[in-house]
Design a protein around this ligand. Structure first.
Ligand code: MN
Length: 137
């Protein structure tokens, strides 16, 4: 076995996030593994843009209260201990609730061609507020 070196905590890019989110990359698999795991910490109100993962993604909430929504579906409030899978190519976003921090583990894989995600438009303030209002609990 080997202890993996601690990587610096990185601020998520404003190209793909609104608000403050920081992540720690825990593992980036070496071929034939293509696994990626990060701890992502969202400040209240922070969320990522609409995106999809080439090989899908699983998130596991460890702290706080968050929101996740897939295209065309009702937003869902997520809490510690809950695990959500989005299949390959399914457009969605995730982030913190308006007045709560949220931390989740994000687990995904690169495709054989090395593709990880496609990014789209940001979740606007009105879109986010509406999602927070109608999130099913
Ligand atoms: Mn995602």
């Amino acid at each position: 076995m080997k202890m993996l070196p601690k990587q610096p905590t990185v601020k998520a890019s404003a190209d793909n996030f609104i608000g403050d989110a920081w992540y720690d990359a825990l593992i980036r698999g070496e071929e034939p593994s293509r696994i990626r795991v990060s701890v992502v910490r969202f400040a209240p109100g922070a969320r990522n843009a609409w995106h999809s993962h080439a090989v899908g993604q699983t998130v596991h909430v460890t702290e706080g209260v968050g929101l996740i929504q897939s295209r065309g579906e009702k937003p869902v409030e997520i809490r510690p201990g809950e695990t959500v899978h989005t299949p390959p190519g399914e457009w969605h976003w995730h982030g913190a609730a308006p007045e709560r921090f949220m931390t989740h583990l994000a687990m995904w894989e690169a495709s054989a061609e090395g593709k990880e995600a496609d990014w789209g438009e940001q979740v606007s303030d009105p879109e986010y507020a509406a999602a927070a209002q109608e999130a099913s609990r």
